[in-house]
Each structure stands twice: as C-alpha cells, then as structure tokens.
Design a binder for this molecule. Structure first.
Ligand SMILES: [Zn+2]
Length: 59
C-alpha cells in the first residue's frame, strides 16, 4: 500500500498545472508523517504508512 501511495504522490507532482486547483480541493494528508493522497472516497481513512488519521489538506 505504501508504494502505491508514493506512486500517486509522484503522479500528482507531475500533473498538468490546470489540474492543481482541483487537486488542492481533493487532497488529504497525514499530519503525522506528511503523506499526501488524493481523496477518492467519502471517508478520509487512515495513513497507509503509519496508520494515523488522515485530514483534508487546505492550502
Ligand atoms: Zn502517516
């Protein structure tokens, strides 16, 4: 699961600039280790790396 999360993060960094606005509104992150994931379901869930509760990222 961790490798998958890393791949998602890498894909997001390489996304086209016009995608940034959408991604900022649909990102969740782990306050414990800094992992970021795209929100793909109603529940935020937990961090794939450390198991901490994920929170919506507001930038
Ligand atoms: Zn974490």
């Amino acid at each position: 699961m961790f490798e998958q999360a890393v791949l998602v993060s890498e894909a997001l960094r390489k996304s086209a600039p016009q995608m940034q606005g959408i991604l900022h509104m649909a990102m969740k992150g782990c306050p414990h280790c800094g992992t970021r994931q795209m929100i793909a379901e109603p529940a935020l869930g937990t961090c794939a790396e450390c198991g901490d509760q994920l929170k919506v990222i507001e930038e």
